[in-house]
Design a binder for this molecule. Sequence first.
Ligand code: PEP
Ligand code: MG
Length: 800
Amino acid sequence: MEATKHIAGDRGPRRRHSLRLLEDVGAIVTHASDLHASLQNIVETVAEHLGMEVCSLYLYDVEKQSLILWATTGLATASVGRISMGVDEGLTGIVIQKLEPVMAIDAMAHPRYKYFPETGEERYHSFLGVPIVDQRQPLGVLIVQTSRRRRFTHEEVRLLKAVAIPIAGILAQCRLQARLETTEEERLAYQQRMVAAMDRLRDYETAAPHRPSTRPASHARLVGLAASPGFGIGRAHIMDSEINIDDLPRERKHPLKREMQRFHTAVARAVDELERTKERIRSTVPEIDAAMFDAQQLMLRDGSFLTRIEALIRDGLSGEAALQQTVNEFVEQFAGLTDTYLQDRAADIKDIGQRVLRHLLGVGERQRPFGSGIVLVAGGVSLSDLAMVQEQDLKGVVLAKGGVTSHASILAKSLEIPTVVGAEHAEEVIREGDQLIVDGNAGVVYVNPRIEVLREFDRLEREYRAFNRELETLRDLSAETLDGHRVRLCANIGLLADIHLALMHGAEGIGLYRTEVPFLSHRDFLTEEEQVDLYRRVVQGMGGRPVTIRTLDLGADKYPHYLHIPREDNPFLGWRSIRISLELPDIFKTQLRAILRAAAAGSLRVMFPMISSLEELHRAKELLAEARAELRDADEPVPDEIAVGMMIEVPSAVFLVDHFVKEVDFISIGTNDLIQYVLAVDRNNRKVAPLYEPLHPAVIQMVAKAVRAAKAAGKPASICGEMAADPVCTLLLVGLGFSDLSMGPFFIPVIKRLIRSLTFETARRLADEVVNLSSVKEVKSRIFEAMRDLGMIDIMEMYH
Ligand code: PEP
Ligand code: MG
């Protein structure tokens, strides 16, 4: 009873004391300008508040698996930066290994105690260390020590843990800075690119669901997914930021005639602006159906819409208020409908309302911060959103939603805009005009970074450009191993604009033309003539190099408005891809006829997506034969032969692959889907991204089975999922015997460089070994080991 009373009586002042410590640490973090000084300041503050003789902070170096003394009060200052120990050494190492607080009343008596004479720590007996963790990644250890042998209280442990949270934020930046500072001048940008890829591998291992930053919004680091490589530095422009008219007067200030005139001028300007946007799109991304904007233009000519606004102005409302009220009424009507097409029209009306409103307020398109150097921040964006701002020196894109293979990401890659997607909370944390660094290689966004970080990224960006230029020298060389084994490197494309990129980066053909991409940005299915024109342009653009056209892969995350797909609970397991094509034979045959007609212009292959049974393949081939017959009947020239292939991206196709390879001319493995289906991990869900693992033994075994079957049948096998672009997977894929790898054009030079630096024999031996391993950990460590043997480990060590 006595004891309880004593503790209860103590709680008030103690809590106030704890709060003061947290406040002080928070203030240091918020005002930190020099990272080293701030960390030193923090350890001193902690020691003082808690009455500890020693407080030290160790930084964790992931790659070296070591801990370095970074700041201390109580230990010899000269040992800062000099004391380093492995994670398997010392009590501090246990904290990292367990990621839990570690306490020792007599540290020296502990078997894991490690003594460093230079610190003068022999005087200190009791030890308490807590891990500093950010996004589940250990960043360091915070330690307090006393010379008196004592047990630390629960309160002290809790408080030290609480202090570690704001430190994690500052340390994340500190780690970046240290990483950048140690970069020697002569380190080739090539290596940086490789490292970024290694980073991705580590990301697979360590990525964790994102939590909002604990730091104030002014400085933040958001972790998302790397969707399009490169570094971009610019000012944030929040795409969806709406003009709020709540503060504007509702009543008309001007005489009626003048207000009407104001309103009509704003409408005329909006119509003009839409016309210019259409033109811009037509010239930059021809596949995007500029007619999408016609809906908005029509609205501005729509009698009922305009009449309603005019009536409200007549009733005494200002142009702004009348517009807003009418938009709200229309939106409400449309939004209440169940038809998704009509629901989308509600978005059009909102958009047009904002457009006219901007002109009414005199903040038209030109005055919007689209000047130069902007980073677009949005929940998600449509193809046309992206195309609209593409001209405007867009430095980067940050999306709160979406996955790396969503079509916004695919377009961003085509346009070579560094992009991070799945950066949850981006819209809450980032404000209009914030300075942003978009690291499209690591999938990280820095909000209002400190000047040192900014400078380093600026340099990194320049080096990165230089590196890309350097890689261009590889363009005309073949992807051939040191012992003469050739692999064909092709490009994945979705837009005509990609052809230029494919050629620029040395693609030997198109391994995957995602034909649904142009369909997504149209108001209706493309006609046969439109498709023939498009496919011919691709074939001709590639100048005789082989082009693999994949038939429509709609559904799942690719919904054109006009398809009217009912909402599905599991769209990736639903009505998608070949299933849609087989159920809509007219649409499918139109596409097949267009492909066959375009095939007369050059080397073309046709590929069916998402085949899961022989019946589906048979039916698709039947429809292809019918399309051919129809063309023959119409005296259209059709090539006698066209290579027919299928994607292996559904597990059932892997099990039946021995049968499939007898019936097709080639196979291409779609690892993006295959991985999600084999591992039951949604490829677009940020929460489960760490589970999306290309190097999972089950995935490797399936990929190996497919390629073996193709080889046994003497048919070429390719990979066209993202795995083909991952340098960490290259050794394995080459070793498994893939004849073709197809990837985003940007990745071709790096993969080529890798292939040219290894022997097929080494890769083959590695693959033989890796297919028999049973855990991701073993696979990765074996691959890393092989890369180390090939001299690639230097690259990895550079960053971590
Ligand atoms: C795949 O699934 O790996 C693939 C290449 O197709 P997509 O990404 O278009 O679904
Ligand atoms: Mg797929």
